[in-house]
Design a protein around this ligand. Structure first.
Ligand SMILES: *[C@@H]1O[C@H](CO)[C@@H](O)[C@H](O)[C@H]1NC(C)=O
Ligand SMILES: *[C@@H]1O[C@H](CO)[C@@H](O)[C@H](O)[C@H]1NC(C)=O
Ligand SMILES: *[C@@H]1O[C@H](CO)[C@@H](O)[C@H](O)[C@H]1NC(C)=O
Length: 325
């Protein structure tokens, strides 16, 4: 966390002073009755607000990397590099189910990564470690994001534009995200990688409409909670036959890997052993036929694809979109 602190302080200072960002304005326009989930409000603290009229960069960190669009000039990164391409335990995307398990995903078997639906009830206890998969990713306005190529074929140009060394770990992480985004959706789903909140809103509302839409993310009562035992105090199913799940991806700026899914979602209240309260979102995948048979969920639960629903809590950067019936 150390290296992120200067950026966080910098971003908090901006958050306190800046006017609403294009992302916030767009959200309120399209979804006036849908509260923003914490995964989005957290990102607004790192929003780049471009002054499109004058073409000058606003909210630019000193020495930041300029991304110049048609008449937008915004800065990603801080002190010359996009610092927030995170490398973390979820690096290999355990909640993207076309992937086989990797060693790093299963190396701490004491943490409940996946569980069965029957284990989701008040009174149940689970050892969990809530972490952010992306910390303080820079949020770009749609206009700026759309001016940057987003394709693995253009990786060299993207890296050069953002001043990222081609052989760096950041470059590898970005390459991986681009490849995940380019893979075809599994049968019966549609997917889309959104590079701005505005385009995530468009994708989600194109499946769910704009009326009675809910967007939820896991909210943890305090930062830096340890791995610990949590007791479930309440479980509520989201009454929606259709869901869109958007996973926060690791990239040089905020990117959401969104897909429609036939999963069932639950709002779950938990209390940690240290008293931390968590309002979590869990999803249970009812149809696992199309999952990679080597997926980590089947390894840790010892079940076969297409048999029982497999469930997991969403990390704090993910968003579940549903529609009240
Ligand atoms: C980015 O653009 C702004 C406004 O044009 C300028 O003041 C700043 O020096 C530029 N920063 C870099 C690193 O090029
Ligand atoms: C990007 O990732 C793909 C797929 O994982 C890999 O085949 C390719 O070599 C990578 N390219 C770079 C430049 O790292
Ligand atoms: C379950 O998933 C498979 C593979 O994605 C798909 O072909 C099948 O139609 C799905 N079944 C139902 C009942 O949705």
């Amino acid at each position: 966390m150390g290296p992120f602190l200067p950026l966080l302080l910098f971003a908090l200072a901006l958050g306190a002073s800046h006017a609403s960002s294009p992302a916030e304005d767009y959200w309120h326009k399209v979804l006036p009755n849908t509260p923003m989930p914490s995964a989005v409000t957290d990102l607004l603290l790192h929003a780049v607000v471009a002054d499109e009229k004058s073409g000058t960069a606003a909210n630019v960190g000193k020495g930041g990397v300029n991304v110049t669009g048609k008449d937008t000039s915004v800065s990603v990164g801080y002190h010359g590099r996009p610092v927030n391409v995170n490398v973390n335990p979820y690096y290999s995307g355990p909640f993207l189910y076309n992937y086989a398990a990797t060693k790093s995903q299963i190396q701490d078997p004491s943490v409940t990564l996946f569980f069965l639906e029957e284990d989701l009830h008040p009174g149940a206890k689970m050892t969990l470690h809530f972490i952010r998969t992306t910390i303080g990713a820079t949020l770009l306005p749609r206009r700026a994001a759309d001016s940057i190529p987003f394709s693995s074929a253009k990786l060299p140009a993207i890296l050069s534009r953002l001043s990222i060394a081609p052989n760096s770990i950041e470059a590898k992480v970005m390459n991986k995200t681009l490849h995940e985004c380019e893979e075809p959706a599994i049968d019966g789903e549609t997917k889309y990688c959104a590079t701005s909140v505005e385009s995530m809103v468009d994708f989600s509302t194109s499946s769910l409409g704009t009326r009675n839409v809910r967007a939820l993310s896991t909210a943890v009562g305090r930062e830096g909670t340890p791995k610990q035992v949590y007791a479930i105090s309440d479980v509520q199913e989201l009454p929606s036959s259709k869901l869109v799940v958007c996973h926060g991806e690791n990239y040089a700026y905020a990117v959401f890997y969104c897909h429609t899914t036939s999963a069932v979602a639950y709002k779950v209240s938990l209390v940690g052993k240290d008293g931390t309260k968590v309002e979590a979102v869990a999803t249970c995948h009812t149809n696992t036929t199309g999952f990679n048979p080597e997926h980590v969920a089947f390894k840790v639960l010892d079940v076969k694809p297409g048999t029982v629903p497999v469930c997991h809590f969403l990390p704090q950067n993910d968003i579940v979109w549903s529609r009240n019936k």
